[in-house]
Design a protein around this ligand. Structure first.
Ligand code: S3P
Length: 428
């Protein structure tokens, strides 16, 4: 089992380009595969999760060429995918699996969808129920709530779906199935979740209308392949934003980070904490805006996260919990039930890890209160097999007295290969 042993850092400085956005990388392969023409993808995230999506679409008959950080996807059009021999394996990736399930619901053959132990424990009814309403025939454990799923694709009918959760994976799965449906598919979410699918679908020529929290898609002509330039992942950048905010002697510049408005909750919260953070060189040339983010050490105030902010920083809550241990007062996280069904239960994994380092953490249901500032003390903690818990606990370890060991860290490769190398490059 891989582990990381770290000591308190005196400080952190420099400029860094973190790896490409994971959400956009998955979508570029999936949409490229079902478009007509060649999709050229620059700055593709070569992490395990995204490489499983590449593997799945190759097995569905799509030619994909890989060069360093670039991919060429030779699209087969909406109806050009072929039945794969054997099961399709998605590794640890909920995004890869849930979005592809939408595409396969409209593809007229049987597919078996599987994943690793963590993905096999994650709920799938959130997509299989609406996809069944659209006409897909889906079987799986506990009435298609758990993997493996057997998806029998066929002609679909449009639905008007009120999603009970703000989930970009659910929204995207339904929209992708909507490409194959008769009629206009509409999905309405309770709060706005990341809109990368909508942006990329529009860019590829889909007939899509966004009105407040509702998105409607009319199946039209084939999607047209296009060039995709992927910015750095704000979720990967967030570990360094928090490191720079909590370490005593720190100044970091994160270059070319994706600042899509549906993803920048972390910046809003760090500003609310009165962190020294600047967003500069904002460029909206591409269909996904990007910017440089500069963060320096400064005393932090506590924060409150709840309601419609949650989907805009859902993956950053673990590292914000680390920031909360260093803020002067009580930070409150409410309405974070979705954290319980990520790669692990991230409320449990973070609360257990932070308590082991001496943090003052209270949990009631899905609400968490963290009282700071605490002088953290090194200890042995686990990632619970979850990449974001692993990286968050490593950042906590950089601020903790003595030595911290984070166990089970191979999972970091699912989203951020080279994470430790970046830390060693930046340490003072
Ligand atoms: C993602 C959406 C989010 C996020 C996940 C990636 C995506 O999940 O947590 O890491 O790429 O669509 P939900 O949409 O299920 O909240």
């Amino acid at each position: 089992m891989e582990k990381v042993i770290i000591k308190k850092l005196k400080g952190i400085t420099g400029q860094v380009v973190v790896p490409a956005d994971k959400s956009i990388s998955h979508r570029s392969v999936i949409l490229g595969a079902i478009s007509r023409g060649r999709t050229e993808i620059h700055n593709f995230l070569e992490s395990e999760d995204c490489l499983w999506t590449v593997d799945v679409f190759k097995r569905l008959g799509v030619e994909i060429e890989t060069a360093k950080l670039s991919l060429i996807v030779k699209g087969r059009g909406l109806r050009g995918l072929k039945k794969a021999a054997g099961a399709l394996y998605f590794g640890n990736s909920g995004t890869g699996l849930r979005l592809t399930a939408g595409v396969l619901s409209g593809s007229p053959f049987v597919s078996i969808l599987t994943g690793d132990d963590s993905l096999s424990k994650r709920p799938m009814k959130r997509i299989t129920m609406p996809l069944r309403q659209m006409g897909a025939v889906i079987a799986g454990k506990e009435d298609a709530d758990y993997l493996p799923l057997e998806v029998k694709g066929r002609g679909l009918r449009a639905i008007d779906y009120q999603s009970p959760i703000a989930s970009a994976q659910v929204k995207s799965s339904i929209l992708l199935a909507g490409l194959y449906a008769e009629g206009t598919t509409t999905i309405t979410e309770p709060f706005k979740s990341r809109d990368h699918t909508e942006r990329m679908l529009s860019r590829f020529g889909a007939d899509l209308k966004v009105e407040g929290l509702s998105i409607s898609l009319r199946p039209g002509p084939e999607l047209a392949a296009d060039k995709v330039e992927i910015p750095s992942d704000i979720s990967s950048a967030s570990f360094f934003m928090v490191a720079a905010a909590i370490l005593k002697n720190a100044e970091l510049c994160l270059k070319g980070v994706g600042v899509n408005p549906t993803r920048i909750g972390i910046i809003e919260i760090l500003k609310a904490m009165q962190a020294d953070i600047q967003v500069t060189n904002i460029s909206s040339d591409s269909f996904e805006p990007q910017a440089d983010i500069i963060v320096k050490s400064k005393g932090l105030k506590p924060f409150k996260i709840d309601g419609n902010l949650i989907p805009r920083l859902i993956d950053e809550i673990p590292v914000l919990m680390v920031a909360a241990t260093q803020a002067d007062g009580e930070s409150i996280i409410k309405d974070a039930a979705e954290l319980r069904v990520k790669e692990t239960d991230r409320i449990n994994s973070m609360v257990r890890g932070l308590r082991k380092l001496g943090a003052s953490v209270n949990v009631t249901g899905n609400d968490v209160i963290i009282k700071g500032p605490t002088v953290l003390k090194g200890n042995v903690v686990s990632s619970f097999g979850d990449h974001r818990t692993a990286m968050s606990m490593i950042i906590a370890g950089l601020a903790a007295e003595g030595e911290t060991t984070v166990l089970d860290t191979a999972c970091i490769k699912t989203s951020f290969p080279g994470f430790m190398e970046v830390i060693f490059k930046l340490k003072r």
